[in-house]
Design a protein around this ligand. Structure first.
Ligand SMILES: Nc1ncnc2c1ncn2[C@@H]1O[C@H](COP(=O)(O)OP(=O)(O)OP(=O)(O)O)[C@@H](O)[C@H]1O
Ligand SMILES: [Mg+2]
Length: 251
């Protein structure tokens, strides 16, 4: 059985690593006490890797993505993205870094209802210039949405909304794409469009962290990271059956 807890090598996370987490803990306080959504997470993702993050509901997948994207800070530990210690940064500096280097696709799209399709994509732009508008239109065309530019989210299907959210995540030409169950609500055709675009992003040199509930064996070349109650259990590609048994034992 090939299931190991991964630890990072060396002291300084190289910029050839896209993501390095060291000793990361994320705790939340609630009425019932403190819960650790993530416990002692050690993780590294190389540039150009496509990593699937799997685990049961509540295992800490979205929390992990939020920390990597600088949306939240760890309670303890270190988070490096492209070698930068983002856990030491202010929210404003993390937001600027995110805008320049990271694309986020959320399960629930997070489109603004009063903006149309094109405006929602351009929301990611630092400034709406002819170049950013051209890129937005090119992405929307590539994702099959050219005839939906002036529709508002309420006038779109779930698959169309998710494609708008993906166009927005790609607008600034990020190096790292964080996708939280981007195909969760989609039919097979739309899921294939979204996954195809993520694969193209990787083929062009990008790094992908994809949260998925999909329990099929991972595709060749993809690494699966399994979270069990906030802890990382890593499976080699194709070893998802082995990691399932670990999950049952520890659950
Ligand atoms: N802001 C918060 N305040 C309190 N508890 C939180 C908060 N965010 C997450 N949690 C808790 O942390 C744990 C991990 O949550 P997280 O959203 O990361 O899980 P998940 O693996 O993404 O689950 P799902 O598959 O259902 O999306 C859960 O027990 C959740 O209730
Ligand atoms: Mg989640």
């Amino acid at each position: 059985m090939t299931v190991v807890s991964q630890s990072t090598a060396g002291d300084i996370p190289s910029a050839t690593r896209a993501v390095t987490l060291r000793g990361v803990v994320k705790s939340f306080r609630s009425a019932r006490g403190t819960i650790d959504a993530l416990s002692d997470v050690e993780l590294s993702v190389n540039r150009g890797e496509f990593v699937e993050v799997r685990g049961h509901s509540g295992a800490g997948k979205s929390t992990l993505l939020a920390l990597v994207g600088g949306l939240a800070q760890p309670s303890r530990g270190e988070v490096f993205v492209f070698g930068e210690p983002i856990h030491q940064w202010s929210a404003a500096r993390r937001a600027a870094f995110r805008r320049d280097h990271v694309g986020f696709v959320f399960q629930l799209f997070h489109l603004l209802p009063y903006l149309n399709v094109c405006e929602n994509v351009l929301l990611a732009a630092t400034a709406v210039t002819p170049a950013s508008r051209q890129r937005a239109l090119a992405l929307l065309e590539e994702l099959g949405l050219s005839d939906r530019l002036t529709h508002r989210p309420a006038q779109l299907s779930a698959g169309e909304r998710q494609r708008v959210a993906l166009a927005r995540a790609l607008l600034n030409d990020p190096r790292l794409l964080l996708a939280d169950e981007p195909t969760g609500n989609l039919d097979a055709e739309n899921a294939a469009i979204v996954m195809g675009r993520l694969e193209r992003f990787q083929a062009e040199g990008g790094t992908v962290l994809l949260v998925t509930h999909d329990d099929r064996a991972a595709q060749a070349g993809r690494r699966v990271i399994r979270l069990v109650k906030g802890r990382v259990v890593e499976a080699d590609p194709g070893a998802s059956v082995a990691s399932e048994s670990v999950e049952r034992e520890t659950d």
